[in-house]
Write a protein that binds this ligand. Sequence first.
Ligand code: A3P
Length: 323
Amino acid sequence: MSSSSSSYLRDEDLTQETRDLISSLPSEKGWLVSQMYQFQGRWHTQALLQGLLQCQKHFEAKDSDIILVTNPKSGTTWLKALVFSLINRHKFPVSSGDHPLLVTNPHLLIPFLEGVYYESPNFDFTELPSSRLMNTHISLLSLPESVKSSSCKIVYCCRNPKDMFVSLWHFGKKLAPQETADYPIEKAVEAFCQGKFIGGPFWDHVLEYWYASLENPNKVLFVTYEELKKQTGDTIKRIAEFLGCGFIEEEEVGGIVKLCSFESLSSLEANREGKLPNGVETKAFFRKGEVGGWRDTLSESLAEEIDRTMEEKFQGSGLKFSC
Ligand code: A3P
């Protein structure tokens, strides 16, 4: 995949250890990547699998850490901006004209664990200021042991699968226009529903964190993109309470909502120009930012296929998406 614009889609820079492991793993041809590999129940690109392995081996969680977990295209960028401005609101008042988010893309402020372990294996996580804020797409099952055994906090953000799929579909086309050009969307929806999709099965990822949030509400907070859209301020307050951020003024909540809104972030130069170290353009993380936007991309029958799968997979869990 050398023509793609993201280093996460390339098969270069793999260690011998990763190559040896990959040779023993089930693999499939996938949408967006020529080959993906099944490890601990999930489908990975080679690069992010290497990042995951390094992360499992080297990452030492601290009790004060905050880890944001999402499936790709589920509101990661937004959640990063919200939690960054929340926990740093005394250091960087949201109303100040020189807030870091005004000049820096959220992905450059908060490290993506498996991405950093792939791109910069020598990155020193101990250098990050406390509370360390990081994000990952790693499934609950595959998290480094210290994340599970420490008292660090996990904020999980989920998005309704139709919008998430459609967001990823358009993102993939930007990332790898040639590779995705002739791939029929029907085939991609089928693979997504079957779970044979990068990072998938989506359903297992969501359910694992959903049940963990019910079983251990002090460890895992489960929020959705849809509730963030509908009640941004109230959801920020829930996150603040969960993280033990202390009293937060209404004015501060309003300031965070405004600073991190789609309109605000997407209009900043830092999010319109330039690229991340992995080669992805910062503007690729801002498309429509809507709930129910899938309607312009999915036919009725494809939407029904995802709905049917969602009902089947989430049956009895208490998880529901009405859009
Ligand atoms: P769409 O493609 O549906 O527009 P991620 O950050 O996990 O990669 O997710 C990207 C999705 O979140 C994109 O969805 C993007 O437009 C949306 N998004 C990015 N910033 C947002 C914000 N501040 N508010 C709401 N949605 C946002």
